[in-house]
Design a protein around this ligand. Structure first.
Ligand SMILES: C=C(O[C@@H]1C=C(C(=O)O)C=C[C@H]1O)C(=O)O
Length: 199
């Protein structure tokens, strides 16, 4: 990966365990802003990761630390999986996805796949849409690094992609191992999200 190690996003892009918990551990307030959750077309990388086409549920959030958006995340799952292994996703609301994923032996996670963001394309459009919808204007300059991983439960895949804002440079995620336990409620405040989507 072309990231330099010093003063860069590499520690965040490669940090194992719950990203939400690491962001909350910065101690400056952690908020989940739900921007979208509903039926949507999959992007090519999502179709490849889920190994199928078909009606799908997509969730997009901005994670805020100290009132500033620092991570944009897009998760995708086949709709039929939300009637089975991933049905808890539908009731998640503005709690972080992490609540469903860590500390559950029935869920496996693939390796983290870091990727430099293409200058144009569906992800850039999604970022711009979300930033604007969140009332944050344009996405910050320097959004270059993302990572994706696939969580599997009961044979059904959930693909998660996260884009890291430069504001995280210089705020190391902490070397300590992050436990898989869900975040205590006081760590997670939530911002009003959009009206609940169809799914
Ligand atoms: C998977 C995690 O959940 C985070 C929260 C998400 C959400 O609420 O949609 C999506 C991806 C992550 O940035 C995590 O904290 O590791």
């Amino acid at each position: 990966m072309g990231l330099a190690t010093r003063g860069s996003l590499r520690p965040w892009v490669m940090a194992p365990g719950s990203l939400s918990r690491r962001l909350a551990a910065l101690g400056r307030g952690f908020e989940v802003q739900l921007l979208r959750q509903g039926l949507a077309r999959l992007q090519a990388a999502e179709r490849a990761a889920l190994g199928a086409r078909g009606p799908s549920l997509v969730r997009e959030v901005l994670l805020h630390v100290g009132g500033e958006p620092v991570v944009w995340a897009r998760s995708a799952v086949l709709l039929r999986a939300t009637r089975g292994p991933w049905k808890a996703l539908k009731g998640l609301g503005t709690r972080p996805l992490a609540h469903l994923l860590y500390g559950d032996p029935r869920i496996q996670r693939s390796a983290l796949c870091p990727q430099r963001l293409p200058r144009v394309g569906a992800t850039r459009r999604g970022l711009a849409r979300s930033w604007q919808q969140a009332g944050q204007g344009l996405p910050p300059a320097g959004l270059q690094w993302s990572r994706s991983s696939v969580f599997t439960r009961g044979g059904a895949a959930l693909r998660v992609m996260e884009v890291f804002a430069p504001a995280l440079v210089g705020q190391p995620p902490g070397a300590r191992r992050i436990s898989g336990k869900p975040l205590p409620p006081f760590w997670v405040q939530t911002l009003p999200g959009p009206p609940r989507g169809p799914a």
